[in-house]
Write a protein that binds this ligand. Structure first.
Ligand SMILES: Cc1cc2nc3c(=O)[nH]c(=O)nc-3n(C[C@H](O)[C@H](O)[C@H](O)COP(=O)(O)OP(=O)(O)OC[C@H]3O[C@@H](n4cnc5c(N)ncnc54)[C@H](O)[C@@H]3O)c2cc1C
Length: 165
């Protein structure tokens, strides 16, 4: 199947929705993104990525990785630690913290994090304007009556769309 017979509808402009859209578009696959909110939004928390995740960003679209690097900061620790959160710490006052089970060194700057909203903002800037439709909450998906149109998306405002261009 050639890429011009494929169309992908993506629901949500979170980090994954935008990342997927960029990756597909960079491979010549047309996408439309529908977001129920009126604009791009993210909670003000942080998010960190391992080197594997950074590698994946480069594979999907190097611009995604560059966007992350523009807002990334080194983490306070380059270790991932697993602790025993199941068993209560002992009664010995020296054992007030959960027991460390094991830890993995992630490498220098192997786990950088960023402010979610800043990363999302950088990603959103990479999307062409006409790709995202905001204030469109998906309700259901069903096969379109005309099979060549793929899937029929029904939105909560009563409108519909298909995933094929
Ligand atoms: C406290 C916390 C810490 C975390 N830390 C990390 C971390 O350090 N590293 C890491 O890799 N991951 C971390 N995660 C996980 C990571 O945050 C999530 O996996 C990721 O943000 C999810 O992105 P998303 O785009 O799939 O979803 P979301 O960010 O939830 O985006 C979904 C979007 O879809 C829209 N939407 C939903 N339903 C509809 C609909 N019906 N119609 C239209 N639009 C719709 C929403 O409005 C939203 O914009 C953490 C999660 C939490 C809760």
């Amino acid at each position: 199947m050639s890429t011009d017979t494929i169309g992908v509808a993506i629901i949500g402009t979170g980090i994954k929705g935008i990342t997927l859209a960029l990756g597909l578009m960079s491979r010549g696959i047309p996408v439309r993104v529908y977001e129920r909110a009126r604009d791009f939004h993210e909670i003000g928390a942080g998010i960190g990525f391992t080197l594997n995740a950074e590698w994946a960003m480069k594979v999907v679209d190097p611009r995604i990785h560059a966007a992350f690097k523009r807002v990334a900061m080194p983490n306070a620790s380059d270790w991932f630690q697993w602790v025993d959160g199941f068993n209560e710490p002992g009664t010995d006052p020296r054992e007030t913290e959960e027991q460390l089970l094991f830890k993995i060194y992630l490498g220098e700057r192997g786990f950088e994090d960023c402010h979610r909203a800043q990363f999302l903002g950088e990603l959103a800037r990479l999307l062409p304007e006409n790709v995202v439709t905001s204030h469109k909450a998906l309700d259901t998906v069903e096969p379109a009556a005309d099979k060549s149109l793929g899937q029929l998306l029904r939105f909560q405002d009563g409108t519909t769309a298909t995933n094929r261009p």
